[in-house]
Ligand binder design. Structure first.
Ligand code: FHN
Length: 468
């Protein structure tokens, strides 16, 4: 997804007038709610539990499982699209797909190395596919269709990953698919050319309760034994799963851990890849745009998830890697609009990260090491400049300059705040001159940008930056 600059300097920020407009069930920070704010502890907690998540702004998504073995190829053919869908795209019957389990032996899996790569890249949390649509569990589930009982590897991978996350102060989080192509409660929606069509699955009505209990046995483990901080639901679109089911599941989980954060794919509020929920009160704590970034700022909680190439699960033939410049500018764009960026890694079947991913993580980390404060804990900006993006937090406005002006002058709307000093994050000792006498503030710049990806200027002010 190429970063696109829109040429206008206007106040583009769209304040959500109420959480309901985005279908989120709690009032987000700085939210102007149409409801009289309730003061009970539950509402208070619903806001506070998001604090670490809003501060984090940047996480790693990991799609890993049996689909990493075929890696997009089946019976000599490469499937179209995303590799973790191979069971569906190639119309593989259950008993055939199960044959991948005895081949899964990720001898190169190193939880500590994975977490260190995420941490070094500046990522503050990891969301891993505990169970994707294929139904295979990467944790020691009560059943047999999991990495411990069905593979030669024979060990849990989520436990060491959670321990490594704790050791490196990275939040451990889990993805979980409601749709399950392996569970006997669900059938292919139809047959096509003699092959099963797995999406969406067809629920055997009298088995829905049993499947819900099956899911709950997994979720209880993920919450109580693995202490996941976020449950990232997906696969909620089959019609047999209702928003009422999602609301009930949300309440059931929060009883176990009131600080658990849950995305808006637990119910049926989400509106496609745009990711925000329909009007009304739908379950979930944050919106989930997928492979896209909203055009404007959004003052409620949301997270854009994206791939580094075009697939979530590892695909041998997918070499369409986004540049590090694009990935960093996507992160900046998301933060400038008040969101989190969840960037995906698709490990190989042997447990190693693709080299192209490792390189990009390292390069993103180099940029974050200098400029991370301009992303972490920031809020949606107040204007959209033609030369880059803007983020803000109490005491600072951060100007992320992509196109360095030849005039060596940068113009921003005047702020109502008292100006303290203005520096480059890459050279905080050199103060930049700012002319604040007019309707706009004009910053005198050095001749060259400090970083071709984005040079960040910190405008240090008193209080939360506001336009005059
Ligand atoms: O079908 C899944 C897909 O495999 C992948 O997990 C993405 C990531 O958010 N979610 C669904 C597609 O919207």
């Amino acid at each position: 997804m190429e970063f696109e600059l829109k040429r206008r300097v206007i106040t583009y920020f769209v304040f959500a007038t109420a959480a309901m407009n985005f279908g989120l069930s709690h009032v987000g920070e700085n939210q102007v709610s149409a409801q009289t704010p309730t003061v009970d502890a539950e509402a208070e907690n619903a806001v506070q539990k998001m604090d670490w998540w809003r501060e984090a702004r940047f996480g790693m998504f990991i799609h890993w499982g049996l689909y990493s073995i075929p890696a997009g190829d089946y019976e000599g053919k490469t499937i179209e699209g995303i590799a973790e869908w191979i069971m569906s795209k190639a119309g593989i019957p259950r008993e055939e797909y199960e044959k991948f389990a005895p081949q899964f032996n990720p001898v190169k899996f190193d939880a500590d190395a994975w977490v260190k790569m995420a941490k070094q890249a500046g990522m503050r949390y990891i969301v891993i596919t505990s169970k994707h649509h294929d139904g295979f569990c990467l944790f020691d589930s009560p059943g047999q269709y999991d990495i411990v009982d069905a593979t030669p590897y024979g060990k849990d991978v989520l436990k060491p990953l959670r321990e490594a996350c704790e050791a490196h102060d990275v939040k451990f989080c889990t993805y979980y698919s409601i749709m399950d192509w392996h569970h006997t409660s669900q059938l292919p929606s139809k047959e096509k050319d003699g092959k099963p069509v797995w999406n969406p699955t067809r629920m055997i009505p009298e088995q829905k309760e049993a499947y819900t209990d099956y899911m709950k046995s997994h979720l209880q483990m993920l919450i109580q034994d693995y202490q996941t901080h976020v449950l990232w639901f997906d696969g909620e679109w089959p019609k047999w799963w209702t928003d009422d089911d999602g609301q009930k599941l949300y309440k059931w989980m929060l009883k176990m851990n009131p600080n658990l954060i849950v995305n808006n794919r637990i119910g049926s509020g989400r509106q496609g890849y745009a990711g925000f929920s329909k009007e009304g009160s739908f379950a979930g704590d944050f919106g989930t745009p997928e492979q896209e970034i909203p055009a404007t700022g959004v003052d409620t909680d949301w997270e854009s998830c994206m791939t580094m190439n075009d697939t979530w699960g590892f695909k041998t033939t997918d070499e369409n890697w986004k540049s590090t410049e694009t990935l960093v500018r996507n992160l900046i764009d998301v933060a400038s609009k008040g969101g989190n960026y969840l960037l995906n890694i698709g490990p190989k079947a042997d447990g190693s990260f693709p080299e192209a991913s490792v390189t990009r993580l390292s390069e993103i980390g180099d940029w974050m090491a200098v400029n991370g404060e301009a992303v972490y804990g920031t809020k949606a900006a107040l204007f959209l400049p033609e030369w880059g993006r803007v983020t803000r937090k109490n005491g600072a406005l951060y100007l992320h300059v992509f196109d360095w002006p030849k005039s060596r002058q940068l113009t921003i709307p005047a702020l109502s705040n008292q100006l303290n000093k203005t520096v480059l994050l890459a050279d905080s000792k050199t103060e930049l001159k700012v002319d604040t006498s007019g309707e706009q503030w004009v910053i005198e710049l050095p001749k060259d940008a400090a970083d071709p990806i984005a040079t960040v200027i910190k405008v240090d002010v008193e209080g939360m930056p506001q336009l005059r």
